[in-house]
Design a protein around this ligand. Structure first.
Ligand code: KG4
Ligand code: ZN
Length: 342
């Protein structure tokens, strides 16, 4: 097979990232500049500040990704960039930068869907993984249960009706005083808490059988905290965190296992920032092992936002013939599977 090297850029939220990926599965470099410390001051991502920081950092992040790969820009076969979904300002920085770079180096440009990127992190982590399989994407902005019918072909089986799983982690963390970013902090303190201490609801929703809802769970945690403080009861942060995390895990694992069973998939993957949660990883490993389902998961560094996953997704789109023009624009609410050639 010919060698295809893609320089990929990701800037949809608060990570400025660039990577060089060969043939969709081999990472030659992966540079991530996280703005988390900056946004921690405000308790969450401030879009305007994120955009400015992306502008500050993107040049050096991309230069380092090229240098680390041991190649030069002219050796690349394409420039790939996340063009949605995400925050419009941050997306525009990446898209504009990628277009200028591609134009200057006379390279094709490939626009990548951020969620497709998350899914493709699994192709990097597991060289043998091929579609079809089912994938659960759980991130700060998305909770999607997706049928990966083929490379670049997706069908949404279920999604959240309100908050994303990561959003629930972040909001609950704020309420129990752990601060931002909530996911990793709840993950850590949950290890010393009792997941059965408090019975939080496992939400069922009216829509599709496999849709999710996390806002009720978030409210239940807030109610618990209010009631406990009004009654002067001691709040054990570790127990609240562990019980909340267990409720999220039960719903994610429950829905996924039912869908796997109904659709008859033998392979299952997880992706997105929340997929780096240690309790969730263990619960899925166990549930899949019990059912004889082959389970795939990227290492934590490929679960949270990065550009290597964008380079992987771009390769499979490149193989399908996708080339975007310089009219590529940021699409903040881009839907999965909505491409100009379909
Ligand atoms: O995929 P990602 O980096 O960005 C988006 O595309 O949204 O996901 C970020 C989300 C945040 O909500 C963060 O709190 C959550 O992933 N997260 C975690 C963990 N690490 C990150 N949630 C639970 N446990 C973790 N270990
Ligand atoms: Zn993401």
């Amino acid at each position: 097979m010919a060698e295809i090297n893609i320089l990929a850029i990701e800037s949809s939220c608060d990570e400025t990232a660039a990577a060089v990926v060969r043939n969709g599965r081999e990472v030659l470099s992966n540079v991530i500049y996280s703005q988390i410390d900056l946004h921690t001051l405000y308790g969450g991502v401030v879009p305007e500040i994120a955009s400015r920081k992306h502008i500050d950092k993107i040049n050096q992040v991309v230069e380092k990704a090229i240098a680390d790969s041991g190649m030069e820009l002219k050796d690349m076969d394409a420039v790939a960039v996340t063009y949605g979904p995400g925050l419009v300002g941050p997306l525009l920085v990446g898209v504009s930068f990628a277009k200028a770079l591609a134009y200057g180096a006379n390279l094709p440009i490939i626009g990548v869907h951020h969620i497709e990127g998350h899914i493709c992190a699994n192709y990097i982590a597991n060289k043998e993984l091929e579609p079809p399989f089912m994938c659960l994407i759980v991130s700060g902005g998305h909770t999607h249960l997706v049928k990966v019918a083929d490379y670049g072909k997706y069908e949404i089986l279920g999604k959240t009706e309100d908050d994303a799983a990561g959003e629930a982690f972040d909001k609950v963390a704020r309420a129990i005083g752990l601060g931002y970013p909530g996911g990793p902090k709840i993950d850590r303190v949950s290890k010393s808490g009792n997941p059965e201490a408090i019975k939080f609801p496992r939400a069922k929703v009216g829509g599709s059988e496999y849709d999710f809802s996390f806002s009720g769970l978030k409210s239940a945690v807030l109610n618990y905290l209010n009631t406990a403080s009004m009654n002067n009861e001691t709040i054990v942060t570790e127990d609240v965190a562990a019980s909340f995390q267990q409720a999220v895990i039960d719903v994610l694992v429950g829905h996924s296992m039912e869908a796997l069973n109904q659709y008859g998939f033998k392979k299952f993957a997880i992706a997105g920032g929340v997929a780096s949660n240690s309790g969730l990883r263990e619960a899925f490993e166990k549930a899949c092992a019990e059912r004889g389902i082959e389970f795939f998961l990227p290492p934590p560094i490929l679960c949270t936002d990065n550009a290597a996953m964008i380079g992987s997704a771009a390769f499979f789109e490149y193989e399908r013939g996708l080339r975007n023009g310089l009219d590529l624009n940021a699409v903040p609410n881009l839907k999965l599977g909505e491409r100009w050639y379909e």
